[in-house]
Design a protein around this ligand. Sequence first.
Ligand code: C2E
Ligand code: MG
Ligand code: MG
Ligand code: MG
Length: 284
Amino acid sequence: NADGAMYHAKASGRNNYQFFKEAMNQTAARHFELESSLRGALAADEFELHFQPIMDIGTRRLHAMEVLLRWRRGGVELVQPDQFIPIIEENGMIVSIGEWVIRQACKQIMLWQSQGMTPVPLAVNLSPRQFMHRGLVESIRDILDETGIDPALIEFEITETALMEHGEQTLEILGHINAMGIRLSIDDFGTGYSSLAYLKRFPVKKIKIDRAFIKDLEESAEDRAIVAAIIALSDSLQLSVVAEGVETEGQYALLQRDGCQYAQGYLFSQPVPHATAQLLLPRC
Ligand code: C2E
Ligand code: MG
Ligand code: MG
Ligand code: MG
């Protein structure tokens, strides 16, 4: 570990460069180790979906759930997405793992239906690389055919940055997805280019205000102004709006006052495994 390297570097009287190099090697080694254990993870069935409620602010009822990927490394340790999504995004494994996520979400909907529950829409994150992959539209179509679920029960979340990166091709893919009856939302709104023009151009139905603007809502008049402006904008464009990362009743009250429709965050629930998530679903 780094402490060991530091001690070693001091003890042997080597310079900072030498220490830096060792630390880098350790980061690279950890990256390499993660990457190689990720290679077998899909086949070993080590991924699982967690679900986080998205609540209707007016009624305080369940509106939808976001699907969040977890890696049960070696069948034991639960690894969070920020530890491994960047790696699989970089090496391309996100394409197959992302497809697994979509399929698994659709299967979960089917399963809940077959058990007499009324599923709410599941929102699945799409990464930029996955989004630009040629086979995406076809694999979505296959999954819908295979599972036979109502496409209105699936939503995709895409970040602004992913949308802005590629012009015409993006528009075409979004068009195909929209035509299948799957709704699209913009994730982490406000953190990317924040070019508002695309809200009009792209067939999106919902925007999710990034947690960065919600975190200090109670203390910061500036953040309140930004959030109110985003809500007003979505209103006039007839888009639904979700606030991410709502943790306090104070934030909730402010969002309600400003006319935000939906909220997601630890105030209601952390992301939970399917067995817990299903307790939140109404039964038919
Ligand atoms: P995201 O799509 O913006 O998801 C919301 C993240 O905020 C989740 O982190 C969630 O656990 C966290 N969160 C929700 N409410 C609160 C709150 O009140 N306070 C705080 N501090 N955090 C809250 P998570 O699960 O660690 O996921 C991180 C990111 O990883 C996601 O951000 C998404 O970009 C990515 N990700 C997760 N699952 C997938 C997936 O299946 N595919 C792809 N491509 N990306 C995924
Ligand atoms: Mg998301
Ligand atoms: Mg987000
Ligand atoms: Mg995020």
